[in-house]
Design a protein. Structure first.
Length: 137
């Protein structure tokens, strides 16, 4: 099977770095929030807490289906989930799953979108993969 989700906070001046140790495994982003969710390592004061934007789609585009990725948290500043004068941070989680890049995106969207109720065997490339998702030949 695959690894557990890796969840971590990344402060404004840091980089989100994800990688899979096993050959053939790819990243599956499970969540990514940018904002001031709670006091912690990146946020010390209690001002303007509780605001955030879901940026999972951004990280899906940059990381999911790849063996590794590196994204600057500062690149998310334009999403401005909180009052302008307060620094935000990223809270992201991912897991590594076996997969081929060609089928990974389709399988990931099917699983996360609720079309199937379990992770698929991403290594499958034959008609059984398509029929399991109820898509054409």
């Amino acid at each position: 099977m695959c690894c557990l989700d890796v969840v971590k906070e990344y402060c404004l001046r840091e980089y989100f770095v994800a990688s899979c140790a096993s050959v053939g495994d790819v990243i599956l982003m499970t969540s990514a929030l940018y904002g001031r969710m709670r006091i912690g390592r990146c946020i010390r004061g209690s001002f303007n807490i509780g605001c955030s934007n879901d940026v999972t789609a951004i990280f899906d585009d940059r990381c999911s289906g790849r063996g590794s990725c590196n994204v600057s948290v500062r690149s998310l500043v334009d999403s401005r989930p909180c009052q302008r004068d307060f620094a935000s941070y990223l809270e992201a989680s991912y897991r590594c799953v076996p997969g081929k890049h060609s089928n990974f995106e389709l399988a990931q969207r099917a699983w996360l979108g609720g079309i199937v109720d379990r992770p698929l065997d991403f290594r499958s490339t034959g008609p059984e993969f398509s029929s399991e998702l109820n898509i054409g030949p």
